[in-house]
Design a protein around this ligand. Structure first.
Ligand code: PLP
Length: 451
C-alpha cells in the first residue's frame, strides 16, 4: 500500500504506536482514520459510512453524535475545567456523580472511588483490598481469583487478572497472588453429554477445590464480568452465578463485579449484576459511564469493604492512593448527562427490546455452515465460527477465520471485532430494529464470502 507522504495515514505510520495492533504489520497496512460520527454510525476519511457494531470499544451507549454531552462538557470546561479530590477537596460534578452511582447501585453500596480507565479501576481495587486485608490483621489474605478468558485490563495487576494469553506473553505476567479458574463457556468447555447445569456445578466445584488447595484463609476476592466481553462474549449457564456465589460466601471471599462492559444497560438491565442475580461487594464501571466521550471510570464499595480501609488510612494518616485526573469535573459532568439521557430515553429498555430482536435474528444464522454457536444477551453478542461444526474446529491458525469474516463485514460497512474466531457485536444502546436488519444483511453476505 502506498500512502501519500503528507496524508494522515502516512503520518500515523510514522509517529503513532497503536495498542492492540501488530506494530510491524501496521507499517505496511496503515490505519483506518475515522473522522466523524452520527448516531450509531461513523465515517472514515474517505467518506465511507460504517455501522459501529462495537459502539467503539463496547463504549458509546448514546452513539457518536450526542450534542448534550458536548454541551455538558463545554459548560463544565468554562466553569471549572479541573479540580481534584486529594486532601479532602471536592467539586460538584464528582459529588453528584458519586451520589447518582450509589443511587443506581444494584445492591447497597457505601462509597465511590474514581479512576481514569477500567484497567486503573481494577488495579486500584486489588491494591485497596490488599490494604484492607492488612488492616484486618490478615496479611496472608492476598489472593484474587479471576477466570480464564476474563478481561480486566492491561496494567500490571489488571493484565494479571485478565485470563488471555496475549496479555501475558512477553510481559512477565501474571504477578503473584493472581489465580485463574475455568471459563463458563459450555460450548467450548462442557464435557461430552454434560448439561449446562452440570457444567455450572463442575465449575463451582473446581473453584471450591482451588480455594481449598490454596488455603481458604489466603483467598481475598473473586473478580469476574457478569457476561465476559473481550474473551468472546461468554454468557454463563443460568445457575452459574448462584453456585459460584455460594462457594464465595462459604469462605467469606469478596465478589468484584467488573461491569466495565455490562454496566449501564448492556445486558438489558442497568447492571449485569441484576441480570444474573449477583451481589457484588465491589462494582467496577467505565465505558458506558460517559459513553467514553471522556476517560472516566469508578468503582463502588460496600460498607464491609470501606470500613477497614477507613480505619487503616486513619492509622497511617492518609489513604496513600489517588490519581490526578480522577473524578475529573468535565468527565463527571459528561457522565451525569449521559446517565440522564440513558434514563430519560429509557435506553436500558431499548437494549432489552432491540437486543431481544438482535439475539433472535442472529440465531437465524445458526444453520450457516460456518457458524458454530451464536450467543449473547440483549445488545452484546458473539458468533463463533468453525470450519467443522461437529468437531468445533476452526482454521489451523486461531483467529484466521474470525479475522477474515470481520474484514469482510468491514467491507460491507459494519465494524465488529474478532475475539479469536468469534465475531463480537456490541452496538450503541440507541440502535433500532432497522439498524439490526442492515447488520444482518451484511453478516449474511460476509459469512457467505468467508465460506
Ligand atoms: N474490564 C473490562 C470488562 C473490559 O472490557 C475492559 C476493556 O475492554 C477493561 C476492564 C479495561 O478497561 P480500559 O481499556 O479502560 O483500561
Amino acid at each position: 500500500m502506498t500512502l501519500h507522504p503528507n496524508s494522515a495515514e502516512a503520518r500515523d505510520v510514522a509517529y503513532h504506536l497503536h495498542g492492540y495492533t501488530n506494530a510491524r504489520a501496521h507499517q505496511q497496512t496503515g490505519p483506518v482514520v475515522i473522522e466523524r460520527g452520527e448516531g450509531a454510525y461513523v465515517y472514515d476519511s474517505e467518506g465511507n459510512r460504517y455501522f459501529e457494531g462495537m459502539a467503539g470499544l463496547w463504549s458509546t451507549a448514546v452513539g457518536f453524535s450526542e450534542r448534550r454531552l458536548a454541551q455538558a462538557a463545554a459548560r463544565q470546561m468554562e466553569k471549572l475545567p479541573y479540580y481534584h479530590s486529594f486532601g479532602g477537596r471536592s467539586h460538584g460534578p464528582a459529588i453528584d456523580l458519586a451520589e447518582k452511582l450509589i443511587e443506581l447501585a444494584p445492591v447497597p453500596m457505601s462509597k465511590v472511588f474514581f479512576t481514569n480507565s477500567g484497567s486503573e479501576a481494577n488495579d486500584t481495587v486489588l491494591k485497596l483490598l490488599w490494604y484492607r486485608s492488612n488492616a484486618m490483621g490478615q496479611p496472608h489474605r492476598k489472593k484474587v481469583i479471576s477466570r480464564l478468558r476474563g478481561y480486566h485490563g492491561v496494567t500490571i495487576a489488571s493484565a494479571s487478572m485478565t485470563g488471555l494469553p496475549i496479555n501475558h506473553a512477553s510481559f512477565d505476567l501474571p504477578i503473584a497472588n493472581v489465580l485463574h479458574t475455568g471459563c463458563p463457556h459450555h460450548y467450548r468447555e462442557g464435557l461430552e453429554g454434560e448439561s449446562e447445569e452440570q457444567f455450572a456445578t463442575r465449575l463451582a466445584d473446581d473453584l471450591e477445590a482451588m480455594i481449598q488447595a490454596e488455603g481458604p484463609e489466603t483467598v481475598m476476592a473473586f473478580i469476574a464480568e457478569p457476561v465476559m466481553g473481550a474473551g468472546g462474549v461468554v454468557v454463563p449457564p443460568a445457575t452459574y452465578w448462584d453456585k459460584i456465589q455460594q462457594v464465595l460466601n462459604r469462605h467469606d471471599i469478596l465478589l468484584i463485579a467488573d461491569e466495565v462492559i455490562c454496566g449501564f444497560g448492556r445486558t438489558g438491565q442497568m447492571f449485569g449484576s441484576q441480570t444474573y442475580g449477583m451481589k457484588p461487594d465491589i462494582l467496577v464501571m467505565s465505558k458506558q459511564l460517559t459513553s467514553t466521550y471522556f476517560p472516566l471510570s469508578a468503582f463502588m464499595i460496600n460498607a464491609r469493604v470501606f470500613e477497614p480501609i477507613a480505619d487503616e488510612s486513619n492509622r497511617i494518616g492518609v489513604l496513600g492512593h489517588g490519581f490526578t485526573g480522577a473524578g475529573h469535573p468535565v468527565g463527571a459532568a459528561i457522565a451525569l448527562e449521559n446517565l440522564a439521557i440513558i434514563q430519560e430515553r429509557d435506553l436500558v429498555a431499548n437494549s432489552a427490546e432491540v437486543g431481544g430482536y438482535l439475539q433472535a435474528e442472529l440465531r437465524t444464522l445458526a444453520d450457516h455452515p460456518l457458524v458454530g454457536e451464536v450467543r449473547g444477551v440483549a445488545l452484546i453478542a458473539g458468533i463463533e465460527l468453525v470450519l467443522d461444526k461437529a468437531a468445533k474446529t476452526a482454521a489451523e491458525t486461531p483467529g484466521k477465520l474470525g479475522g477474515y469474516a470481520a474484514a469482510r463485514l468491514f467491507e460491507h460497512g459494519v465494524i465488529s471485532r474478532a475475539a479469536v474466531d468469534t465475531i463480537t457485536l456490541c452496538p450503541p444502546l440507541i440502535v433500532t430494529r432497522s439498524d439490526i436488519d442492515g447488520l444482518l444483511v451484511a453478516l449474511r453476505k460476509s459469512l457467505d464470502e468467508t465460506l
